[in-house]
Design a protein around this ligand. Structure first.
Ligand SMILES: *[C@@H]1O[C@H](CO)[C@@H](O)[C@H](O)[C@H]1NC(C)=O
Length: 235
């Protein structure tokens, strides 16, 4: 019984001690013209055009001097239903050398741009609007720091091998619910435990019922022992 308790405590600790880092969130509105330094990964959100007309541009850099990659975590642009091509609003993603990675003149289609875009060491993300209405787009761009493998083909200690495009990410970005590797490998293989509310609830319930079980078992054993001792004394 004692060894089972120790084993369970060890397993609980293993899952709870796994450091998971969730992306910091930055809103486009309020960060126009600013530079954002990505530490691990970051979510850039566009939810409103209420800052006014024109272009809102964010410059993206890596805190650790790594390369950056970007992909769309979610995407909804309402204007594309009634204005085409890109008259009332559009987004642009790229680098200083190529700001049009999503297509010339910007992107305003109703469906999400797929894939991961290599932003190297300076990403540029722009939202442009010329509408007087609040078109309320809902866009989340995930930006992640990626590292090359070393000359012998390994990721540095503490980093996770994406097994695609020779890239490594920080180990803390695995199992955080966001695909930092272009192939999503960081969210499937090797994810022993995911920190969802359900998982934490399940773990807590499991530990609780285990201790209830232990208490009941102890009481039963204690009473049986007393009964046996009483029986022996009676004889
Ligand atoms: C590459 O990384 C691996 C794992 O950390 C290490 O064993 C190896 O010595 C490294 N190679 C070079 C050339 O740094």
């Amino acid at each position: 019984m004692y060894s089972i308790t120790v084993l369970l405590a060890f397993l609980c600790c293993l899952s709870l001690c796994q450091a998971t880092s969730y992306p910091s969130t930055y809103y486009m509105n309020g960060n126009c013209g600013k530079s954002i330094f990505v530490n691990g990964d970051a979510l850039i959100k566009i939810y409103t055009n209420s800052y006014g007309y024109g272009a809102c541009t964010i410059n993206l850099y890596s805190v650790h001097g790594a390369n950056l990659v970007a992909s769309f975590y979610s995407y909804y642009m309402p204007s594309s239903y009634y204005v085409y091509p890109c008259q009332s609003e559009f987004i642009q993603l790229g680098t200083p050398g190529n700001i049009n990675m999503l297509g010339n003149g910007g992107y305003c289609r109703s469906y999400k741009p797929v894939g991961q875009y290599a932003l190297q060491n300076n990403g540029i993300f722009t939202y442009y609007t010329s509408s007087t209405f609040n078109l309320a787009p809902s866009i989340q761009l995930l930006v992640s720091e990626v590292y090359p493998k070393n000359t012998t083909g390994y990721c540095q200690y503490g980093r996770f091998d994406c097994l695609s495009q020779d890239t490594c990410i920080d180990e803390s970005l695995t199992c955080n619910g966001y695909n930092d590797c272009s192939n999503g490998r960081d969210e499937y293989e090797g994810c022993g435990f995911t920190f969802t509310v359900g998982a934490i609830g399940g773990l807590a319930a499991g530990v609780f019922f285990f201790f209830v079980f232990v208490v009941i078992l102890s009481v039963v054993c204690y009473r049986r022992r007393r009964v046996r001792i009483g029986y022996v004394q009676y004889n």
